[in-house]
Design a protein around this ligand. Structure first.
Ligand code: FES
Length: 369
């Protein structure tokens, strides 16, 4: 099926669904969708997939993938994220990425922009190995970090690194709708050449009178880390603006403190890529970790989430958000102790539910995984 035909089917899912419901009687014990998958994976209705139609290197360690989703896709709101399945090294991983394109794209595709992170095997795999023509399982768009339907009050975006992606989608969306209010944007990157989506941001800055971009480089000789004084200098009316912030935990903590001290936290909207972890006691120890169902014995320290411990031991446990939200990684504590890295609470009662993505060993432990 060519693109035009795909688009045609994409606009009539209810007719398509009704038709496949009828033909399902003849496809038993499978479903029509299983046979359609053999012809075109984007026609399936029993699972949602996307085809990679373009890859684009943004920087030396960040890549944008343009994805054409299957028929069951529903449009996203600017700022939302999506779960993407990544086949790598014979296993199947799931990661969540913000959609970096605005919903107003005319070709029914969307983009994710992925930065290879330290020790991030999967992000490195995406940046180096995913190619045009690959099919990736995807979820539906999720997340409540998006602009209000009403005109936002003169937004201020504060972003760093790949935290640019939701802001880029939101600003592009406002521009596409022709309703960009006066917008100030502080973006932090280590160096000029490290700015993810930097070319597009600079173009917006040149072309949009109401968009004021401040690129701040944290490793080019000056001390340009976030502070209230810097905010006063670059965006004097910041206390009156709607503020959207996304970036590494240290930046988000500094922003939260700044807004709390100024008494205007209610204006602040934050998107995190990682659960905020609390300080672990200096004398905390890890221990021997046993994954009972998989018959795997390994070691885990007091800081590394058990999900990563399992993956490093060669397992492929269920997971989704990797930040304590979706509960896909839940398992049961058989014996021993684990620590919730967000709260510091130690769980030691057999039968307790353990979220492996945000719990680490707190001594020897055995999990029903
Ligand atoms: S993977 Fe989502 S809560 Fe653990």
């Amino acid at each position: 099926m060519n693109d035009a035909a795909e688009a045609e089917y994409g606009t009539s899912p209810s007719i398509w669904t009704r038709l496949t419901t009828l033909t399902d009687y003849f496809a038993w014990p499978l479903r029509t969708s299983h046979y359609l998958e053999l012809v075109n994976p984007l026609w399936t209705t029993h699972k949602l997939q996307a085809r990679v139609v373009k890859v684009w290197d943004e920087t030396q360690d960040a890549r944008t993938l343009t994805l054409r989703p299957g028929m069951n896709w529903r449009g996203h709101r600017a700022g939302q994220h999506v779960r993407v399945g990544i086949p790598a090294n014979g296993k199947h991983y799931t990661r969540t990425y913000t959609i970096s394109s605005p919903p107003e794209r005319s070709d029914d595709c969307f983009t994710i922009t992925v930065k290879a992170i330290d020790k991030g095997t999967i992000s490195h795999h995406i940046v180096r190995n995913i190619k045009v023509g690959d099919y990736l399982p995807i979820g539906l768009p999720q997340g409540d970090f998006y602009l209000p339907d009403a005109q936002p009050i003169e937004p201020l975006f504060i972003t760093a690194g790949s935290g640019i992606t939701p802001a880029f989608s939101m600003i592009s969306s406002l521009i596409a709708q022709g309703r960009l209010p006066d917008t100030c944007h502080l973006h932090y990157a280590p160096h000029e050449f490290d700015v993810v989506l930097g070319k597009q941001l600079r173009e917006m800055d040149q072309q949009q009178n109401r968009y004021h971009l401040h690129l701040l480089y944290t490793r080019e000789g000056q001390d340009v880390h976030f502070s209230a004084e810097q905010l006063d200098a670059l965006c004097p009316d910041w206390k009156q603006r709607d503020v959207y912030a996304c970036g590494p935990p240290s930046l988000l903590e500094a922003i939260e403190t700044c807004f709390e001290e100024a008494g205007c936290s209610r204006n602040l909207h934050i998107e995190r890529f990682r659960a905020p972890f609390t300080e672990i006691p200096a004398d905390a120890v890890g221990g021997k970790v046993r994954f009972a169902q998989s018959d795997v014995d390994t070691e885990g320290d007091s800081e590394t989430p058990l999900l990563r411990v399992a993956e490093e031991a060669g397992m492929n446990p269920p997971h989704g958000c990797r930040m304590g939200i979706c509960h896909t990684c839940n398992t049961t504590l058989v014996s021993g102790c684990v620590r919730d890295l967000r709260t510091g609470e130690v769980l030691n009662e057999a039968g307790s539910i353990v979220q492996t993505c945000i719990c680490a060993a707190a001594g020897d432990c055995e999990l029903d995984l």
